[in-house]
Design a protein around this ligand. Structure first.
Ligand code: MTE
Length: 315
């Protein structure tokens, strides 16, 4: 992003970038679209069990981006800065066992085994995802509200923010090794507590009805659909409640380009490109530009969180 904007608005999404052969599978199943996606086994590895889900009123009825694009065109700098590198290299990450520490300003800090925080039946949330680089997707996530997990640790009255941290494991994450490092590790993100408790904010464990592929942030990632994609931190190992606004990876890297809030906003340009339009990523197609919506189309649900705030200053 900061040092190599691979897909600023105006750039072209090459089909070759999004459909490498090794991730090209079952097109017909993909064409079936949203209806019943949760029930189908779409991933190449038939060993993964389908997840149990219920539909959500928060889902969009827009057509989901085909699985092959969702899993082949990624940002996950721990595995390299190329869009195809997460799909090529993230398999090296061991995701079982996995635990998540939830600590800081809470009455009951704990380190949870993943299986102890994921509900047996999760929700399918079909959300728009808008990357700050100018591309977008529609992804049928499987997950549960972050607020459910936070309730278990009982945030203290002094808690005002929630900080998130990704795993740091250079032996398995090739982007964390060697001379060239794209970011300071671990990748960190943060939300205001009211944003974290908002019902649209989820922890996702799957997509298209199956456990998350590693390149999409297995086994547990954040999804905040009204914010630019970089807020949706992957492969989370720590969640800490704080009084002060926590430092976040991209705003530390390039503070004038990426802010703490990062709300999708067509009226506030990135210093190097406009945010008025976006292109939907899809296999073999170069989609037309479409207008970017305020708060990524979730304005009715979230605008009240920012009442009276200067969104140009708080980008
Ligand atoms: N989380 C971590 N740990 N590392 C990353 O590089 N990239 C972010 C976000 N979460 C990133 C991350 C960015 S820039 C985007 S756009 C989304 O993940 C992409 O999610 P996707 O690859 O599942 O579409």
């Amino acid at each position: 992003m900061a040092y190599r904007p691979r897909l600023a608005a105006g750039a072209r999404i090459l089909p070759s970038e999004i459909t490498p052969k090794e991730v090209y599978f079952n097109r017909r199943a993909l064409m079936a679209g949203a209806a019943g996606v949760a029930a189908m086994t779409l991933l190449p590895d038939a060993a993964v069990a389908a997840l149990e889900t219920t539909p959500s009123p928060f889902s969009t009825d827009e057509t989901p981006t085909p699985l092959e694009a969702v899993t082949a065109y990624n940002n996950f700098y721990e595995f390299g800065v190329g869009k195809d590198e997460p799909a090529r290299y993230a398999e090296a990450l061991t995701t079982d066992p996995w635990s998540v520490a939830v600590d800081g300003l809470v009455a009951r800090p704990a380190t949870f085994a993943l299986e102890d925080i994921v509900p047996k039946v999760q929700e399918e949330r079909i959300y728009r995802l808008r990357c700050v680089e100018g591309w977008s997707m529609v992804i049928p996530w499987v997950g549960f509200p972050l607020s459910d997990l936070l309730a278990r640790v009982e945030p203290l009255g002094s808690a005002r923010y929630v900080a998130f941290e990704t795993l740091e494991r250079p032996d398995e994450m090739r982007g964390q090794r060697g001379f060239f490092q794209a970011l300071d590790w671990p990748y960190t993100e943060g939300l205001r507590l009211d944003e974290a408790l908002h019902p649209l904010t989820i922890l996702a464990t799957g997509l298209y009805g199956e456990p998350l592929p590693n390149q999409n942030g297995a086994p547990l990632r954040l999804v905040v659909p009204w914010k630019y994609g970089f807020k949706s931190i992957k492969s989370i190992v720590r969640i800490s409640l704080t009084e002060e606004q926590p430092p976040t990876s991209w705003s530390r890297q390039a503070p004038r380009e990426y802010g703490f809030y990062a709300n999708v906003n067509p009226d506030v340009s990135h210093p190097r490109w406009s945010q008025e339009k976006e292109r939907r990523v899809g296999p073999g197609l170069i989609a037309a530009y479409q207008p970017t919506l305020m708060f990524n189309g979730y304005e009715e649900d979230v605008a009240h969180l920012y009442a009276g705030m200067d969104l140009k200053a708080n980008y």
